[in-house]
Design a protein around this ligand. Sequence first.
Ligand SMILES: NC(=O)c1ccc[n+]([C@@H]2O[C@H](COP(=O)([O-])OP(=O)(O)OC[C@H]3O[C@@H](n4cnc5c(N)ncnc54)[C@H](OP(=O)(O)O)[C@@H]3O)[C@@H](O)[C@H]2O)c1
Length: 340
Amino acid sequence: MKAVQFQKTGEPSAVLQTVDTQRPAPKSGEVLVRMLATPINPSDLMYIRGRYTVPAQCPTTPGFEGVGVVEASGGGLRGRLFMKRRVVVLNRRGGNWADYAVVPATEVIPISSGLSVEQAATFFVNPATAWVMTREVLKVPHGQWLVQTAAGSALGRMIIRLGQATGFRTFNIVRRESQAEELRGLGADHVEVFDEAKNTPEELSASIRRTISIAGAGAGFAIDAVGGATGSAVIQSLGHHGRMLAYGTLSNEPLVFSPRVLMTTSSKVEGFWLGSYMSGVSLPYKLSLVHRLTKLIQAGVLGTEIAQSYTLDQIHDAVKAAEDTSVQGKVLLRISETPV
Ligand SMILES: NC(=O)c1ccc[n+]([C@@H]2O[C@H](COP(=O)([O-])OP(=O)(O)OC[C@H]3O[C@@H](n4cnc5c(N)ncnc54)[C@H](OP(=O)(O)O)[C@@H]3O)[C@@H](O)[C@H]2O)c1
């Protein structure tokens, strides 16, 4: 079978190779999945660069998310139940950028036949994060503002549509004017371009205060995937008891702020990682979340815009496209065209 691999961490287009390797065999409690499609997410690229929460044990195959068909089971009830079914593959150890992946049977979720391969491949990570951060953790009330950075990302666009569907307003921060135009077209309530080379963090936080709060009182709710000057400016805009979730490190720069900012407003900066959130919830909650996400994806609220699809052999073009600002939407690896 074919698999994308890297022998050492580094720039994805330099270290990734597509190799012929042996098909893995599932052990007890595991299933063998024939992969249909898998997205290239920022977390995959961070993993390859050696900057992700989970360090890579090289040589290894990347790929934390995707959709496939269960072809064999190493034993166990779930494996038997899922045989020949189309499943979402949430592969915590990575390995989905291959013809076949072996995962614990607890990391696959049978998926509605009503969803396309593209929407099934991107079913969980971003949609669940968008829902959980805004509706379960921050619980942004109807009519209130949520400030978000990297608003033009796949996840940022889901947040804008979720705000429209559930009644909260979004203050959206992007780094390019062309992206600002697009988000205004999507119906974003407010879009601000923050270019670190031209604007100061003070200008951004003053603009947030002016736009969203009564008498400049500050932001109540924020989410940040960028860090650095952008995320730090958002922290400075937090109002009394304001909360910001830090959920990404796109700039690879630390957040810098005076503790006084938090002291004087009793505001909070908290980390959010879907992996650790999901490990603390019950099975009935997970099932109801899957049901809710299916409905919201079908309604277009939590759907993912797909840009281009590549084969495993085209991995270098695929990883370049995933970070090309002129490519709009999520890049997919389309692995097998044969459905269930
Ligand atoms: N914590 C969690 O559990 C969790 C779960 C899911 C996703 N995430 C995070 O959510 C974020 C978005 O993921 P996604 O899949 O939606 O991403 P995506 O669709 O690949 O989009 C990435 C976006 O980030 C922007 N960006 C990249 N570097 C930037 C920088 N230095 N400053 C400002 N903007 C920058 C890009 O802007 P341009 O278009 O201008 O290049 C692009 O719009 C990522 O950080 C990801 O790791 C976290």
